[in-house]
Design a protein around this ligand. Structure first.
Ligand code: FES
Ligand code: MG
Length: 574
């Protein structure tokens, strides 16, 4: 039974015959709308992360008109509300500093305006978690509109993949193997349409997770940004959100822990970015259905990587994934690992949405019997060096490093590391473990520094991989024996702060352990002598960030934004 107009939130602004409502109504008419456009209709916010600085969302200027069309068709009234766009490539020092900013902005945009539901337009890495975290906290019905991946890159007839190929060809360029001409051609060919990175980086990972959790229309996350299907999907988001408002399909009524468990299983099958862990934990906590590092580790032992998309796979990109059947087809393949009863924004269950979805290319979306990796999309290690966990992508790590003891070579900050790696005299071997600290959430906003560069001296000796440990994150398009998200981080006095160059560290991925071979007594002595690094920011947003950011294993949300912090925020007085 659909709800009646007077139960809508926006009716509080528009329905009463009083002085304030007179103001609200006259101001809508100021924009050129007649009462027939809006009277008695749900008002839908479109939270749009378009900006001239975000190449991945450049089509949102047009797509928002398609969303509006759909909203009008279904008898709703759209209000476009712009939000910070968080371009992964342009925003410094790291978009991670601003994910929670977008979450706060989304929550408060929805709270302060006369809206009944929302379409969230995002895709570039942090926008998926930022938008959905805010909307989950506000609690209105919402639907997520993923930007979709850009087309495959092209250079002289060769396919280029975002991030991964840039890393690869940059090494060739440094080695003098690539001409200026070729390099410039690559600049013009690696990103040749609107849309997000088209490797299985953080953007594709998070858009896929959003679909598996139930926040998008079926199939939406795989549609290339430049495909006409994307235009039609956008209009359908507009139509569907109006129905969701009438049906009062709020996140609280729709979501259970099963939705987030599906997100984890999907992430594993996709061969996800390690960033998925931090974001999905934060999203699940906002929804009141927290998942933990252990859920990721357990799923990784169970769910094979079946999406043959770079960088986990060796050939294909997101455009190929779409042609092969896209996410519904991949989810149908891993149906046995899903909680199919979980509900989604189209009002149906995930199981119903993927029923019968076909794979059209078994090399792109592999059968369970022929996966890319039988297990090991992610592993979580613990020990005296990381009581709250450290994360590694075993499938991306050289096998001989999965059980390894080595000497630590410690750097206190990124500039020191950067300077050292090109030093031909650096005292380092391929058996050592590079350690970077003070790069965690509090220390530096948790930038993507975790794929520490292999020292040039070792590259010349032919060393292709070595263990690298940090409290930073790494890009979803990165690879190698990188131990990431070490928690608690060094800047708050985690054990990582106590490691010294020359200490020995033992890593055992099959046993899920990491151990600093230093006695407890000695560690206690070092801890007593430890002083925290000076705060990076002494005013402004960064100052607030430093005081309220949670650790990586907790999702890096702000403590005061988490569900259960204080009483629920009241609706505004009008
Ligand atoms: Fe936007 Fe990679 S830069 S998704
Ligand atoms: Mg990225």
């Amino acid at each position: 039974m659909p709800r009646s107009y007077d139960t809508l939130r926006s009716a509080r602004w528009f329905a009463p015959d009083d002085f304030r409502s007179f103001g609200h109504r006259s101001r809508v008419m100021q924009m050129g709308y007649a009462p027939t456009d809006w009277v008695g209709k749900p008002i839908i916010a479109i939270v749009n992360t378009w900006s001239d600085a975000n190449q991945c969302h450049s089509h949102f200027k047009q797509r928002v008109e398609d969303v509006k069309r759909g909203i009008f068709q279904a008898g709703g009234f759209p209000l476009e509300l712009p939000a910070i766009s968080l371009s992964e490539s342009m925003v410094k020092p790291t978009t991670m500093l601003y994910r929670n900013f977008l979450a706060m902005e989304t929550e408060e945009l929805l709270r302060s305006h006369p809206v009944d539901g929302a379409v969230l337009m995002g895709g570039c890495d942090k926008t998926t978690p930022g938008l959905t975290m805010g909307a989950l906290s506000m609690g209105l019905p919402f639907i997520y509109l993923p930007a979709g991946p850009m087309l495959r890159g092209n250079w002289r007839g060769q396919v280029l993949g975002s991030g991964s190929d840039a890393f690869k060809y940059w090494d060739q360029r440094r080695a003098g193997q690539l001409s200026d001409q070729a390099w410039q051609e690559m600049e013009a060919g690696i990103a040749r349409s609107h849309g997000t990175c088209m490797t299985m980086g953080t953007a594709a990972t998070m858009m896929g997770i959003a679909e598996a959790v139930g926040f998008t229309l079926p199939g939406a996350s795989s549609i290339p940004a430049a495909d006409a299907n994307h235009v039609r999907m956008s209009a359908e988001c507009g139509r569907r959100i109006v129905e969701m408002v009438w049906d009062d399909l709020t996140p609280a009524s729709m979501l259970t822990r099963a939705n987030f468990e599906n997100g984890i299983a999907c992430a594993m099958a996709m061969g996800c970015s390690t960033n998925a862990i931090v974001h999905l934990i934060a999203m699940s906590r906002r929804a009141g259905h927290p998942v933990t590092l252990d859920d990721f580790d357990a799923a990784s032992r169970r769910v094979p990587v079946v999406a043959n998309i770079r960088p986990s796979g060796d050939t294909y990109l997101m455009e190929d994934f779409f042609y092969a059947g896209g996410l519904p087809a991949m989810l149908e393949r891993i149906r046995g690992h899903l909680k199919t009863e979980a509900r989604t924004v189209n009002g149906r269950t995930l199981g119903q949405n993927i029923e019968g979805a076909e794979v059209f290319n078994d090399d792109v979306i592999r059968p369970l019997a022929n996966p890319i990796y039988a297990e090991g999309a992610l592993a979580v290690l613990r020990g005296n060096l990381a009581p709250d966990g450290v994360v590694i992508k075993p499938s991306a790590c050289a096998p001989h490093l999965l059980q390894h003891t080595g000497r630590a070579l410690v750097f206190d900050d990124y500039p020191a590391l950067k300077k050292a790696v090109d030093d031909p005299e650096l005292d380092v071997t391929g058996d050592d473990i590079l350690v970077l600290r003070n790069a965690g959430p509090r220390g530096a906003g948790m930038p993507e520094w975790g794929m520490l560069p292999i020292p040039t001296k070792l590259l010349k000796q032919g060393v292709k991989d070595m263990l690298r440990l940090s409290d930073a994150r790494m890009s979803g398009t990165s690879y190698g024996g990188c131990l990431l998200h070490c928690s608690p981080e060094a800047a708050i006095g985690g054990p990582l702060a106590l490691v010294r160059t020359g200490d020995r560290i033992t890593v055992d991925v099959p046993a899920r352990t990491i151990h600093l071979e230093v006695s407890d007594d000695e560690l206690a002595r070092r801890k007593a002598a430890w002083t925290p690094p000076p705060a990076r920011y002494e005013r402004g947003y960064g100052w607030m960030f430093g005081r309220h950011i949670l650790q990586a294993n907790e999702g890096c949300d702000f403590d005061f934004l988490e569900t259960g912090f204080g009483r629920p925020v009241p609706e505004p007085d009008i």
